[in-house]
Design a protein around this ligand. Sequence first.
Ligand code: CA
Length: 343
Amino acid sequence: MSAVSQPRPSSAFITVDPDRNGKQVGFIMIPHSPHDDAWGVTRVPVAVIKNGDGPTVVLEGGNHGDEYEGPITICDMIRDLDPGRIQGRLILMPANNVHAVVAGQRTSPVDGLNFNRTFPGDPRGTITQQIAAYVADHIYPLADAFIDLHSGGSSLDIIPSAIIEPTTDPELHRRNIAAVQAFDAPMTVVISNLGEPRTATAAACRSGLVTVGSEMGGGGTVSLEALEVCRRGVYNVLAHLGVLPSDNIMPRRNDGQLFELPGTAAYVFATADGIFEPFHPNGTAVRAGEPAGRIHCTWDPTRAPETLHYAADGILYGRRQPGRVRPGNCCLVVAAPYRGALS
Ligand code: CA
């Protein structure tokens, strides 16, 4: 359990009892008062599966509403997991930014916010800020570990991977690496989001939770390969954490090599308005300075295509999905061998 101060005052409430044994499915209810519903609520789905004493693990999906393998995995677990199979407690949250999930969009159509840039939230803020505040103030303090299941979303296709959130606590860093390695995804990558502190995983680390992230495919689709990686990875991590028996751990497939996104050099951004033509598929070994793709201005053939270049040596880890780009769009992402501390 993490050391947490008193939660901030909030009008949100929950319809399940986190302390009760068995399986309960309900909602976090956040009063929401738009034009057509003066005294209504936004319902954020939450299930609790508890059996006696043991670690508490929170599973999050729908942080972004257009990333699907994690939410499907979590909903399957809510239906299929018998409480007698686990030791401890699972708090299963398949659709945390629920308005974004219903819309199938990255960000909430209610307030326009990216849930993963709102932590620790604000219990008197907009709906997205209030959901983040409830998670930070009322869910994290119940937990020992946090699994945040992302995919590439509509704009990116990413190699299915398990993600390590950097933390300044060396002991937590060591435990995070072990838990993320247990996921056993095709790649394991340290991602700091350039030091961004407002993500769910950064906030979970600050709360002292063992934290596991994922990036599963993307492109706004449900990838068969990524869904299998996701299901297998979640069960592996739960067995690693002791919530499921150790015989749930599958034989290892990953060689254990760690990658990282090497700062700003990881990203290849569009420099022109046009159509992006990538030169390589995901998984290609690339070099800094090597041509990465071209941006064509097909509506003005007097303009020569503009060539983009990689800025880091490594593996092509993610690619933009829509061909249409504007200056500043992220076209490509390169992952490099991890050079940081292992503990
Ligand atoms: Ca995401």
